[in-house]
Design a protein around this ligand. Structure first.
Ligand code: AOF
Ligand code: ZN
Length: 364
């Protein structure tokens, strides 16, 4: 007989297959097992659609009686877009429920587990918990902080440069890395750049997937304190994707020239747009997962405000040198190494000749 861990890993794998499709909802997988036979499987595919458990119960039918349910997130207890899963769990006649981790959503937060226990069903919590939390790091962050999960992405040479002194940067990373960036854009809700990038590169910031697959275009967000975005910039083309310009309070009268663009007005602190406020507003606009593709200044502001939750760094096997070459983080100088932001490395993967390194802020 396989153990709890084995079936939970299966449920986690099912959940992971919907990555990027469930926002703002979490990734959830469920497996029903009876006498060593998998009688039902399910996953949450998309917000508004049935929860993972519902699919698993539909598949199992009467075989759910006396089965064990493995689910990667606590079954919900609330009437949201769908009725509470905990109720269905109780009515299904399962003998045992194994949960990877508690749902931090304030409308659930332990109530689902309690409902099931109170019906006299054995519940075990914490199997593959770290893996489940890691899989849903975006959702966990949203629920706990009320902010988008921020990923800082850049491509650099082995000596840590993102462009030459003149700003030339096409291309540092290879084709495979650049294709991966489009996979990322397909996953996130928003992509944020500084107005400098808009003026210099006039990017469309859309998703172009390989094999002709149709992608989802994230909302494009421009940090533009003085409203320097050209009215005819590609990024302002509303037909392709939504665009939000974040600008300073007081600029309300100056936006008439832009058509079809949404605006957020935030405070200016030390000459810069307040990032914390920006993120709070973006979260209210439905941005749960944000990719920052900024230049060195934007990146440094996010870094120093401790607002980066994940680093996605493509490293090309090239050395550029040059004392004026551009680094991924500029901003103010610091005096000592103690002032570095400490990280822990995550997964390292090869894309063509490049490496992609993931890193996360060190938890204290
Ligand atoms: C589960 N199983 O598969 C998912 C859960 O708007 P609703 O009704 O879809 O509810 C969304 C909330 O339900 C979401 O914020 C999270 O707390 C929980 N998601 N729960 O038991 C699932 N996707
Ligand atoms: Zn549910």
């Amino acid at each position: 007989m396989k153990n709890d861990q084995y079936y939970m890993n299966l449920a986690l794998e099912l959940a992971a297959s919907a990555k990027g499709h469930t926002n703002p909802n979490p990734l959830v997988g469920a497996v029903l097992v009876k006498g060593g036979v998998i009688v039902g499987t399910g996953l949450h595919r998309k917000a508004g659609e049935p929860h993972a458990e519902v699919h698993a119960f539909n598949m199992a039918g009467e075989h759910a009686q006396g089965a064990t349910l493995y689910v990667t997130l606590e079954p919900c207890s609330h009437y949201g877009k769908t009725p509470p899963c905990a109720k269905q769990v109780v009515e299904s006649g399962v003998a045992r429920v194994v949960v990877a981790t508690v749902d931090p959503n304030p409308s659930v937060a332990g109530r689902g587990i309690r409902m099931i226990q109170e019906a006299g069903i054995e519940v075990e919590v914490g199997v593959q918990e770290n893996e489940a939390k890691f899989l849903n790091k975006r959702f966990m962050h949203n629920m706990i902080k009320g902010l988008p999960y921020v990923r800082s992405k850049f491509a650099m040479t082995l000596d840590g440069k993102i462009a030459t002194y003149s700003g030339h940067s096409q291309w540092i990373s290879g084709e495979e890395s650049r294709a991966d960036v489009h996979e990322l854009r397909n996953e996130v809700d928003g992509i944020l750049v500084g107005v400098g990038t808009v003026i210099k590169d006039n990017p469309a910031l859309t998703t172009r997937l390989q094999n002709g697959q149709k992608g989802k275009n994230p909302t494009r967000i421009i940090m533009d304190r003085q409203l320097r975005t050209p009215v005819d910039a590609q990024i302002t083309n509303r037909e392709i994707a939504r665009t939000i310009i974040v600008t300073a309070k007081g600029n309300e009268q100056l936006i008439a020239k832009y058509e079809g663009v949404d605006f957020l007005f935030v405070d200016v602190v030390h000459g810069q747009l307040d990032l914390q406020q920006t993120l709070e507003m973006l979260y209210k606009e439905g941005i749960t997962d944000l990719l920052v593709e900024g230049g060195g200044t934007i990146n440094a502001s996010f870094l120093r405000a401790n607002l980066i939750d994940e680093y996605i760094v493509y490293i090309a096997p090239k050395v550029l040198g040059g004392k004026d070459s551009i680094a991924p983080f500029t901003g103010e100088n610091v005096d000592t190494i103690d002032e570095a932001v400490e990280l822990t490395f995550g997964e390292v993967e090869k894309f063509g000749h490049d490496l992609r390194v993931l890193a996360y802020p060190k938890k204290d």
